[in-house]
Design a protein around this ligand. Structure first.
Ligand SMILES: Cc1cc2nc3c(=O)[nH]c(=O)nc-3n(C[C@H](O)[C@H](O)[C@H](O)COP(=O)(O)OP(=O)(O)OC[C@H]3O[C@@H](n4cnc5c(N)ncnc54)[C@H](O)[C@@H]3O)c2cc1C
Length: 409
């Protein structure tokens, strides 16, 4: 269902009166990722309520560096609008966005909506410098399961204190409420951006990464890449480090690059400077441009100090991976042949040993009995379930898909 904004509240109230299960959606680009949603009695598929018609940029205050948009606004449209004012939302294109997305037509929908981005709460390598989507959020408008409209946060960067509803909704996967509007902080677009590709044996790259993370340099991203480049582009081994640097001054940029290359030379690590176009090509490969719909897509996180151990894990085999060096968070992907389900279980155990977690975003279709749970129970499961009962007493929203609660097999 794609209701007009004025029809939305009444529709949600109706669904509540009838206790109909439904799934909040943006452009429906990645609805199937994560645990399957139970459709409810008498239905073969869940009723999907899309915010596609809530697609207006409500207010952009370039001077305050804030923007308010309706939830269904495509991310590509928002970035294009901000770029007219030399600003941007400091987030990566979501994984699976094959190439720098066009703003109009179907192509622009591949990067999803702003509401979907917030609902999933995932972030990429820009987190190193700019933090994640939850940190860009300063206000949110929502409809609760019973149709009650609510707001949290505000429209200015300096905000009131109180219960942090915004960040509760960020990463809620559509399970708590329908996000209708968000206010986000924006940043000036960096006029200069260049990249560095460092490659060599892991034992040499690791100390270099530690130096980089503790240095006074301020890269926008320092991402471990494993098996992301086509074989012909691989310079030495399957692992490399992608760094991007941004500055208002070309001289500062050149100095930072020279400093890192000098350190790399001393460590016996190969380095290659990437002009903006080549940097973008590496970024595309790191968000799955070569395999936009892999059979397996996993979200992984380990302690940043233990990323090296994950990259060397036996279970990783032919899997491709991009993991933030500073955050330890990233994505792994593979074909069904490269990664049998039992290895995913083993990888999950390995991530847990390394102080983290593994989320199965996508897995090959097959008998439900063979399915690997998208996520396991979090220690706070009782609290999460109590919050769910408060927001959605009739268990209507995204039934069976509650982050931190393992779905019954
Ligand atoms: C670097 C990066 C990597 C990412 N990687 C992944 C990834 O691997 N897998 C992934 O799924 N996402 C990933 N994301 C998040 C991705 O941005 C969103 O999944 C995508 O934007 C969804 O867009 P959509 O509008 O098509 O949402 P949909 O596909 O329609 O919905 C996505 C999810 O959000 C919920 N939702 C959508 N709109 C609303 C709303 N208005 N109110 C409440 N809930 C809503 C849905 O119920 C569903 O759970 C990533 C983001 C970044 C920045």
């Amino acid at each position: 269902m794609r209701p007009e904004p004025r029809e939305l509240q009444e529709l949600v109230r109706d669904l509540h009166r009838q206790a109909t299960p439904w799934l909040p959606a943006g452009t429906a680009s990645r609805l199937d990722w994560g645990p399957p949603v139970q459709p409810g009695p008498g239905r073969s598929e869940a009723l999907v309520l899309s915010t596609a018609r809530l697609d207006r940029i409500v207010e952009h205050n370039p001077g305050d560096f804030t923007v308010t948009v309706q939830a269904g606004t495509p991310l590509a449209v928002l970035q294009e609008e901000l770029a007219h004012h030399r600003q941007w939302l400091t987030l990566d294109w979501p994984w699976g966005t094959a190439e720098a997305p066009a703003v109009s037509g179907e192509a622009g929908l591949g990067a999803g909506s702003v509401g979907g981005l917030v609902a999933r709460g995932l972030a990429g390598g820009y987190r190193q410098r700019y933090l994640g989507v939850r940190d860009q959020l300063i206000g949110i408008g929502l409809l609760r399961a019973d149709g009650t409209a609510a707001r949290a946060g505000g429209k200015v960067v300096k905000n009131v204190a109180g219960y942090d509803l915004m960040r509760l909704l960020c990463g809620s996967w559509g399970s708590l409420a329908l996000i209708t509007e968000v206010t986000l902080r924006t940043q000036p677009l960096p006029p200069q951006r260049r990249g560095l590709w460092l490659h060599g044996p892991l034992e040499r790259l690791q100390p270099l990464t530690r130096w980089l993370l503790s240095s006074s340099l301020s890269p926008e991203r320092i991402d471990w890449h494993r098996r992301t480049l086509p074989a012909a582009m691989e310079t030495a081994g399957a692992t490399g480090l992608l760094i991007s640097l941004a500055s208002i001054s070309p001289q500062t940029l050149a100095e930072q690059i020279a400093c890192i290359r000098q350190q790399a030379d001393a460590a016996g690590v190969g380095s290659e400077t990437l002009e903006p176009e080549r940097l973008e090509a590496h970024l595309e490969l790191g968000r799955g441009a070569a395999m936009p719909r892999p059979a397996w897509l996993l979200g992984a996180g380990v302690l940043p100090s233990r990323v090296g151990e994950l990259l060397q894990a036996r279970e990783l085999g032919g899997v491709s991976a991009v993991i933030g060096a500073g955050s330890g968070l990233g994505q792994l992907w593979a074909t069904a042949a490269q990664l049998p389900a039992y290895k995913v279980e083993a990888l999950r155990r390995r991530c847990r040993e390394l102080g983290g977690h593994l989320t199965v975003l996508r897995q090959p279709p097959g008998p439900a009995a063979a399915a690997v749970p998208a996520w396991l129970d979090a220690p706070s499961r009782p609290l999460i379930e109590a919050v769910k009962r408060q927001f959605d007493p009739k268990q209507q929203l995204a039934r069976g898909r509650l982050p931190g609660v393992q779905a019954p097999q």
